[in-house]
Design a binder for this molecule. Structure first.
Ligand code: FE
Ligand code: CA
Length: 514
């Protein structure tokens, strides 16, 4: 975007006034938009914590009375402070934004100190945003004794209140790891406690509206303002069960990719991420380090995956199959060849003991034994068994003793052992897995989960009848995962309790009840 001379002048004036500590109301009409209502209604967020940087985000949402399109470009200032009282500023800058990017603002704040708390806010004209808190990662070589984060996913707006986010906002954490289904494109009136109020999105404007609706939720805004987030996506950010360029309706791929481009753009516009999409492509997989203690890879399980095995255009793309030859095709991939290589290389290089994979769905096997053979859900890792085998064998070969896979998508809390050959006691346990439940999205019954566990001895724990999230704490000695859950996700004041807790001991793959 080009910045006009007039905008530069306005920016200079703002800086001069701000430098003098002028009260917000004292600024001139021309330089300082006056707002009929605060345009920072979607809150603030931070993400991608590194030792020297974080990404700060906001999106201005001018009310009708403020007539945003007529405003053209807006200059939004950000300020970063070393203290909660905002007495000690450490950085300040400006971003010019406009309607072409939905008045979103993405700032990569650099030159920060490692393992530090920071507070930040945005201002535009006479309006100021809420204050957010963020925290940088420790230096790469730091002797870090503890890492704490929340694991969350799957927040269907219509199926419940975001009470889980209120608890997350109140915890002392290094970050929130959100592994997908941030918005849902579809509706399921059967379980609705509130309504999207709009139809399934297909266009950029419609996806923007959906994201804005979610961010208007006060509890979700609080969790963003409280902690930096590390994000990856699953399917519902675009459409249920999509795989690369194929949607479940078998839409012409060229048309579907236009929709995917709109969905990815709206996603970027609402998230604390640094890299915007290029058309229908967006790099979201990433790598984070926490001192010498832990390394986290966030994976993209949607954009590059092979189409579903043994798909049937007459049904949904993801489905249950019993005998499907295509499953055994070694060419099929969940991550795509490039991301697979990147991950394998990263795992082989990494000297940090705890190796965490933040990804969309459940990696341990979940099929059922039937008289006709083993039934498999083709949308999950069970639908990509050769890719799963390569990943786990590769990690084992690389000597990754403390591999911990963290997932979402399946709307249940899961603790499981990971073997190269699932459920085969002769195949050693090479990793551990936790799925963090779902913030609101409905899950399977207790009976269904008990049956799934009977047919899958690697799964130590599976509960789909409660909603929630997980808190993970990592020390050099062990990883502890606490499943937080509520039986009443449909109440705004839902209270959470610990459903179960598990540990992974350093150097010993597999989950154990705490
Ligand atoms: Fe989901
Ligand atoms: Ca999903």
């Amino acid at each position: 975007m080009t910045i006009t001379r007039r905008e530069l002048n306005r920016a200079a004036l703002w800086l001069a006034l701000a430098g003098m500590g002028a009260p917000l109301r004292a600024r001139t009409q021309e330089a300082m938009p006056r707002w009929a209502s605060n345009p920072f209604a979607l809150g603030v967020a931070s993400g991608q914590p590194r030792p020297d940087s974080v990404v700060l985000w906001t999106r201005l949402l001018p009310a009708d009375a403020d007539d945003a399109p007529a405003r053209g470009a807006l200059t939004v200032a950000h300020e970063i402070f070393a203290d909660e009282q905002l007495r000690h500023p450490v950085a300040r800058g400006e971003t010019v934004t406009d309607a072409s990017r939905a008045f979103s603002v993405h700032v990569r704040a650099e030159g920060l100190q490692p393992q530090r708390d920071y507070w930040y806010r945005f201002t535009c004209g006479d309006a100021a945003s809420p204050v957010g808190h963020t925290r940088t990662a420790p230096a790469g070589g730091a002797d870090v004794r503890r890492l704490r984060f929340a694991l969350a996913s799957c927040q269907h707006y219509e199926q419940g209140w975001f009470a889980a986010h209120r608890e997350i906002a109140g915890r002392e954490l290094d970050f929130v790891l959100f592994v997908g289904d941030y918005i849902y494109e579809g509706s399921n009136p059967e379980h609705a406690v509130r309504s999207h109020g709009t139809r399934t999105p297909h266009t950029l404007d419609a996806y923007r509206e959906r994201h804005a609706l979610y961010k208007r939720d006060a509890d979700l805004r609080a969790a963003h303002a409280a902690h930096p987030w590390i994000l990856t996506w699953d399917d519902h950010e675009v459409v249920n069960d999509y795989a690369d360029d194929r949607d479940p309706a078998y839409t012409d791929p060229a048309l579907f990719l236009r929709r995917r481009a709109a969905a990815y753009r709206a996603y970027f516009e609402h998230m604390p991420l640094a890299l915007p999409p290029q058309g229908a492509s967006m790099r979201i997989h990433d790598r984070f380090a926490w001192g010498r203690l832990a390394e986290l890879w966030t994976l993209d399980c949607r954009q590059y995956r092979s189409h579903h095995a043994c798909a049937d255009p007459a049904r949904d793309a993801g489905r249950t199959v019993v005998d499907c030859e295509e499953l055994r095709d070694p060419q099929r991939s969940m991550l795509g060849a490039g991301q697979e290589r990147w991950l394998a290389q990263g795992l082989a290089e990494s000297a940090r003991p705890w190796k965490l994979l933040g990804q969309s769905t459940q990696m341990s096997a979940t099929g059922f034994d039937t008289p006709e053979g083993r039934s498999v859900w083709t949308d999950g890792w069970d639908g990509y068994p050769e890719a799963r085998r390569r990943l786990l064998q590769g990690a084992a070969d690389a000597g990754a003793h403390n591999l911990v896979v963290l997932g979402g998508d399946v709307h249940r809390h899961v603790a499981a052992d990971l073997r190269v050959r699932p459920n085969d006691p002769r195949s050693p346990v090479v990793g551990s897995e936790f799925v963090g439940g779902s913030i609101t999205s409905r899950g399977a019954s207790r009976a269904a989960m008990d049956r799934m566990r009977r047919d899958n001895p690697d799964v130590q724990h599976a509960r789909g009848d409660e909603r929630g999230h997980a808190f993970v704490e990592i020390t050099p000695e062990r990883l502890q995962c606490e499943f937080r859950a509520t039986r009443h996700p449909v109440q705004a004041e839902a209270a959470f309790a610990t459903q179960a807790a598990f540990v992974v001991e350093a150097g010993r793959a597999g989950v154990q009840r705490a």
